[in-house]
Design a protein. Structure first.
Length: 315
């Protein structure tokens, strides 16, 4: 065991975020503020629409509403602090806040990694076992599985984070990132920690690959079933229910794999930031568009929600 009682001389970190001129920082602040508001509105509208429209109280939409709620929580782990950083002179984050951000950012990301296979499994049941689907995938089972995703994800990281916090950090304390990510944090430790680095990499790889292969298996079975459907209209309908989910899966897993499967120190800081930005800020922004634009019921529910708010305003 490490004796680091006096070694933790670092009490705060500096998150460099995107080092550039003051004018560019202000421009980025405006851009990210707008995208943040749009993300909250888009995902919030889906959550409210599913809640208000009783026709959408089915497992598919319950999962979608949970996914949108998760996206709202997910961007709140990084974007508010990043916006504050754009305007801040010091760009500091306390030791505790940094590791809390690390914990919530990774736990939310892992919840998303678990929710996407659950959504794929739901599509598999609906398309491959349509007659048994209502009895197998009840709303209650759906909610229990969603709760399991959240709980399992939040139990993945306390132990690795505990071990990282026990490492001696004696300066420098500058993290070349906009989020407290394990790679840049481990690079600041006064002693090398290949064991912790390797175990983080293995944990991330296991979570991502198991979830991804589960999705691949579900969609292989779905594809086989769809190709057996005799009518072209039936095939189109089945593909359209899966299409939006597949786009979201590709966006999320593509960027996450690029980031975390390779050992953490392998990526250049600039690439790390862009890839992280993509799956932590861009995908939550485009997901509501992907889901609502491709879905008739969702569009109808959103229109109904819009009408209700207009009526309430005019009263």
């Amino acid at each position: 065991a490490l004796n680091v009682s006096g070694a933790n001389t670092v009490t705060e970190f500096i998150l460099l975020s995107f080092p550039c001129s003051r004018e560019v920082q202000l421009l980025l602040f405006v851009l990210f503020s707008v995208s943040y508001m749009l993300t909250l509105m888009g995902n919030g509208a889906i959550v409210v629409a599913v809640r208000l429209d009783h026709r959408l109280h089915t497992p598919m939409y319950i999962l979608l509403a949970n996914f949108s709620f998760l996206e709202i929580c997910y961007i709140n782990t990084t974007v508010p602090n990043m916006l504050h950083n754009f305007l801040s002179e010091t760009k500091t984050i306390s030791f505790t806040a940094c590791f809390l951000q690390f914990y919530f950012f990774f736990s939310m990301g892992t919840t998303e990694t678990f929710l996407l296979p659950l959504m794929a499994f739901d599509r598999y049941l609906a398309i491959c076992h349509p007659l048994h689907y209502p009895t197998i995938m009840s709303s209650r089972l759906c909610m229990n599985l969603v709760a399991l995703c959240w709980v399992a994800a939040f139990l993945c990281y306390p132990v690795p984070i505990y071990f990282i916090t026990q490492l001696p950090f004696c300066g420098p304390n500058t993290i070349d990132h906009f989020v407290c990510d394990p790679g840049p944090i481990l690079a600041l430790s006064c002693i090398p920690a290949p064991g912790i680095e390797l175990s983080c990499s293995i944990l991330n790889s296991l979570i991502i690959f198991i979830a991804f292969f589960f999705i691949l298996a579900s969609y292989t079975l779905v594809l086989r079933a769809v190709l057996r459907v005799p009518s072209a209209a039936g095939r189109r309908k089945a593909f359209s229910t899966c299409g939006s989910h597949l786009v979201v899966v590709s966006l999320f897993y593509g960027t996450v794999m690029a980031m975390y499967i390779s050992p953490t120190s392998g990526n250049a800081a600039g690439i790390q930031k862009i890839v992280t930005l993509f799956y932590s800020s861009v995908t939550p922004l485009v997901n509501p568009l992907i889901y609502s634009l491709r879905n008739k019921d969702m569009k109808a529910a959103l229109r109904k929600f819009q009408m209700c708010t207009k009526v309430n305003r005019s009263e």
